[in-house]
Design a protein around this ligand. Structure first.
Ligand SMILES: Cc1cc2nc3c(=O)[nH]c(=O)nc-3n(C[C@H](O)[C@H](O)[C@H](O)COP(=O)(O)OP(=O)(O)OC[C@H]3O[C@@H](n4cnc5c(N)ncnc54)[C@H](O)[C@@H]3O)c2cc1C
Length: 523
């Protein structure tokens, strides 16, 4: 437990200026219900504290996939499509999906984590095949993919609240000085140059999957410094530009320009070259339940072969087999799974421990808060209505997504859900994680409302409930040195698959890591 003083310091840090202003009426949020949800920290901690039970039975399988996030589910899909049906998937949580989990009520679905997929790069045919299989990519027109119209984000997609008004898009544009305007233009032009750049072997400087990016020192040297140092070196000093780049890094990495490498910071802007016949290149694919929709399609390949509520707590190899000890905390049953191969589709900080090893120092993870805010009515704003993505300039949180934006139902909804995204990067991850997990629901309600009230002063009276989901180890942080530090190998027949191996926590990377691990099992 932390002291009252530490508690208040942490709240003040999280809230920034918003909460310190302290102009709330006492009891203003008493009508707001909801609860703290979240991944099974207790189950995870059983593992951390050293689970050791004697297996009561033995199961034989070809491949054991340990972990049912996007990477594990993608590995299962790849195995099945390659004709290898002899596999089992063990997932710690009561359901698969990992950070791409979603929920719903009688009115709408909503995300608890990942919520969108940008248009895939043209070379990413494996991902496009999956989107085709899921009915989300309908075909090609003059070589360009045609995406399902209902899955493409509807316009207006994004808005930014700055200087007392909402503007369209999240790049600050309104009220910039000529010098700020020029810097923004120069930065975006430079990112385009990086997007077009290739090395002498024809590899893109920055690519997705990240493993396909150039290893040429002219680009890899960007892994040695922070994004902030790079901006400084290149003479980018304007406040709106620094805010914008910091926002983007926090969005994809849960950590800002002071923390992530320049390689990762530039990758955010330069690695995407997706196009569509029926949408702008900047469009994204999204659904009310976010990437929960993609999870739903992936699950089809493993649903009869999934053991949920099952912690894989020890993995060893013996001759040509892998022995994985598992504990089902729901049935309180321990078992040993004997497999030809094991895919550890879980983060390194867990997987290495299961193997009796220590994860490399480059593996650090950003904690996040995701809050689903239930409203009787949407706030009404004068100059621009609620968009899919709504960002308030200069905030600690990243703003909110309006899940129902992706509905074609023209009748007024009886209630609404907006999803607030908040990387908890104000302290070092371990400290932030520990403190965030100790805050009570009423603390989070006050903090979330203080964020929302900056753009919508009277929103509290519209809110009925706030459900908070804390992701303790939400995203891998691509700190300087990540891309250039080698990841140690694994015992024979044991393969890692998780987005953290890429240093970039996005659907495409998890999908790629899952497919790659499955291919290694298939030889
Ligand atoms: C708040 C938030 C927002 C995000 N938004 C986006 C977005 O909009 N778009 C996007 O592309 N990406 C987003 N991401 C990134 C997201 O993490 C990836 O897209 C993807 O879901 C990662 O999948 P994964 O399989 O690599 O990892 P995980 O989701 O971490 O999956 C690992 C799985 O392993 C299980 N597991 C762990 N230990 C064990 C064990 N011992 N035994 C059995 N099972 C175990 C876990 O329960 C989990 O299900 C977001 C992430 C967060 C946290």
């Amino acid at each position: 437990m932390f002291t009252r003083k530490e508690f208040l310091q942490y709240i003040a840090l999280l809230a920034g200026g918003a909460y310190a202003a302290g102009c709330r009426t006492p009891g203003a949020y008493d009508h707001i219900g909801g609860s703290i949800l979240g991944a099974s920290a207790a189950a995870g901690h059983q593992l951390r504290d050293g689970l050791s039970v004697s297996p009561q039975k033995t199961i034989r399988t070809g491949v054991l996939i340990a972990g049912g996030g996007v990477a594990g589910l993608s590995a299962a899909r790849k195995l099945r499509l390659s004709g290898k049906t002899d596999f089992l998937l063990a997932e710690l949580e009561p359901q698969t999906g990992g950070n791409s989990l979603s929920g719903g009520n009688s009115i709408t679905n909503f995300p608890f984590g990942a919520h969108y997929l940008p248009l895939p790069n043209p070379e990413n045919t494996a991902l496009m095949d999956f989107l085709t299989e899921a009915g989300l990519l309908k075909g090609f027109d003059k070589g360009l993919p045609v995406y399902d119209e209902l899955s493409l984000v509807y316009e207006p997609a994004e808005r930014l609240y700055r200087k007392g008004r909402w503007q369209e898009g999240i790049i600050p544009q309104v009220g910039l000085s000529p010098q700020e305007h020029d810097e923004m233009k120069r930065f975006l032009a430079l990112m385009q140059t990086f997007r077009d750049a290739k090395d002498s072997s024809g590899r893109h400087a920055f690519d997705i999957p990240a493993a396909l990016s150039s290893r040429d020192p002219q680009f890899l040297s960007l892994d040695a410094l922070t994004m902030e140092a790079w901006l400084q070196r290149e003479g980018f000093r304007s406040e709106p530009l620094r805010w914008y780049v910091d926002y983007c890094c926090r969005d994809d990495y849960g950590a800002g320009i002071k923390t992530v490498s320049a390689w990762a910071g530039i990758h955010y802007f330069a690695a995407r070259r997706g196009k569509a016949a029926n949408a702008d290149a900047s469009a994204v694919l999204t659904w009310p339940e976010g990437n929960g929709r993609l999870v739903q399609h992936l699950r089809r390949h493993s649903h009869n072969q999934t053991l949920t509520g099952t912690i894989v707590y020890r993995v060893q190899t013996e001759g040509n087999t892998v022995l994985a000890d598992c504990w089902n905390y729901q049935t309180r049953e321990a078992m040993r799974i004997v497999a030809d191969h094991c895919i550890l589709a879980m983060p390194q900080f867990i997987g290495r421990r299961i193997l009796g090893e220590t994860p490399g120092p480059q593996f650090t993870y950003a904690p996040w808060l995701v809050a689903n805010v239930h409203l009787r009515e949407l706030p009404v704003d004068k100059n621009l209505p609620v968009c899919w993505d709504n960002v308030i300039y200069g905030q600690q949180s990243l703003g909110y997504i309006y899940a129902q934006h992706q509905t074609t139902d023209r009748r007024p909804a009886k209630s609404h859900v907006i999803t607030l995204y908040w990387p908890l990067d104000q302290l070092e991850p371990a400290d932030s994680r520990r403190k965030a997990l100790q805050l009570q629901h009423r603390d989070w309600v006050e903090l979330c409302m203080a964020q929302l009230e900056q753009g919508h002063p009277h929103i509290a009276k519209l809110v009925t409930a706030v459900d908070c989901w804390i992701w303790g180890h939400g995203m891998i942080r691509p700190i300087p040195g990540f891309m250039t530090t080698e990841i140690p190998g694994t015992p024979p027949r044991v393969h890692f698959a998780h987005s953290d191996l890429s240093g970039i926590s996005i659907f495409e990377e998890a999908f790629y890591q899952g497919e790659s691990a499955a291919m290694r099992c298939l030889g």
